[in-house]
Design a protein around this ligand. Structure first.
Ligand code: CAA
Length: 382
């Protein structure tokens, strides 16, 4: 067993780190304040191959896989979690399912545009009334001739208004619960596609989060992804990948908290010496460092298993659960180490504190991750 990253992955890590330091870090604060995504970054990310990690080279992607994606996401999120989640959703929840479940025609139509950054990808599963209980979603899909007509509302959709492709889930038969759910490749130009309200958020304010409204939305039959009733399996498989991406996001935020805390603790003097001399500060820093070591190992293992095509539902849930709880602890401790300065916007830790929270919520709350882990451990109950 070799715990060193192979040369190719080290190169991706360094490239992502340089890009994050040079392009993302200087703008992250402003984008958070202005609550807008910086589209100029998108073309540059595409140029680095970061928008097509899972897309084969044949379709213009980098074809590097989930472990490479995780390693890049850790670095991007260290500088800007808003850019991080936009890249994560684009790769794992939009490109990923088309690669895995798409027809040849669907791949040829969408993958090159996703990889080149010509379009943003989004994923629309959640509804105002159905978040954790995704199998109970209410958006209806009715086949009429050669097209499906969708009616319903989708909530908290990352990049939903910017997207050129939305992986949308609707049910063809609610009585079948998860077995009625069907996936569709939706373009914003399809009649009946509407963008609802833009959410005002606690954190990741530089990413776009909107409601989508489907009013007699017409989706050509050829844009059904997979089989009728096969959508829930697609949704869950995609989320297994997405959850590893959110683990990487949380790792990036926790690393940023550690870096900022180390810097500040060495500089800030109280009682005649730098506060890094004091044990309460040291313990907080040690907790972040120890947590990060574990979080990286878990996330890399889950991504590696996914790349190998081996079962990884439980590992993805464990990686996300651990990393997201670490990010929140690290952010709380980083603000505490900074004291009054950490509570103000001159230092980035207040942003990390706000950004960290959502990692315990989206792509499955911590409670859902525990449920997934417990079901995996307990198996079928008598
Ligand atoms: N991987 C693979 N298969 C899975 C799975 C997973 N993670 N979770 C469930 N399944 C399978 C089950 O094995 C089962 O398969 P069979 O029917 O073949 O046996 C099927 O799906 C139904 O599962 P359950 O019987 O367990 O269904 P349930 O309704 O009791 O529970 C759940 C399912 C685990 C609670 C699921 O609904 C879930 O994960 N909920 C959370 C939803 C979520 O994560 N939403 C995030 C929104 S996306 C987002 O945030 C994106 C963004 O923009 C950032």
């Amino acid at each position: 067993m070799d715990f060193n990253l192979p040369e190719e992955l080290q190169l991706i890590q360094q490239t992502a780190r340089d890009f994050a330091d040079r392009e993302l870090a200087p703008l992250a604060r402003r984008l958070d304040r202005e609550e807008r995504f910086h589209k100029e970054h998108w073309a540059k990310l595409a140029g680095l191959g970061f928008l097509g990690f899972l897309i084969p080279e044949k379709y213009g992607g980098a074809g590097l896989g989930n472990l490479a994606l995780v390693i890049a996401l850790e670095e991007l999120n260290r500088a800007c979690a808003s850019t991080g989640v936009t890249v994560s959703v684009h790769n794992s929840l939009a490109g990923g399912p088309v690669v895995k479940f798409g027809s040849e025609g669907q791949k040829a139509r969408y993958l090159p545009k996703l990889a080149s950054g010509e379009i943003f990808g989004a994923y629309a599963l959640t509804e105002p009334g159905h978040g954790s209980d995704a199998a109970a979603l209410e958006t209806r899909a009715v086949l009429k001739g050669d097209r499906y007509v969708l009616n319903g509302r989708k909530a908290w959709i990352t990049s939903g208004a910017m997207a050129g492709l939305v992986i949308a889930f609707a049910t063809v038969d609610p009585s079948k619960r998860s077995k009625g759910i069907t996936a569709f490749l939706v373009e914003p130009s399809f009649p009946g596609f509407k963008v609802g309200r833009h959410e005002k958020k606690l954190g990741i304010r530089g990413s776009e989060t909107v409601e989508l409204v489907f009013e007699d939305l017409e989706v050509p039959g050829v844009n059904r992804l997979g089989e009728e009733g096969g959508g829930f399996a697609i949704a869950m498989d995609s989320l297994n990948g997405g959850r590893i991406g959110i683990a990487a996001q949380a790792i990036g935020i926790a690393q940023a908290c550690l870096d900022a805390s180390v810097r500040y603790a060495r500089e800030r003097r109280q009682f005649g010496r730098p506060i890094a001399h004091f044990q309460p500060v040291q313990w907080k820093i040690a907790g972040m460092a120890a947590g990060l070591e574990l979080a990286r190992t878990l996330a890399h293992k889950a991504a590696w298993l996914r790349d190998q095509g081996q079962p990884h539902t439980r590992e993805a849930a464990i990686a996300k659960l651990h990393a997201s709880e670490l990010a929140n602890r690290a952010a709380t401790d980083a603000v505490q180490i900074h004291g009054g300065a950490g509570y103000c916007t001159d230092f980035p830790v207040e942003r990390y504190f706000r950004d960290a929270k959502v990692t315990e919520i989206y792509e499955g709350t911590s409670e859902i991750q525990r449920l997934v882990i417990a079901r995996g451990v307990l198996g079928d109950l008598p």
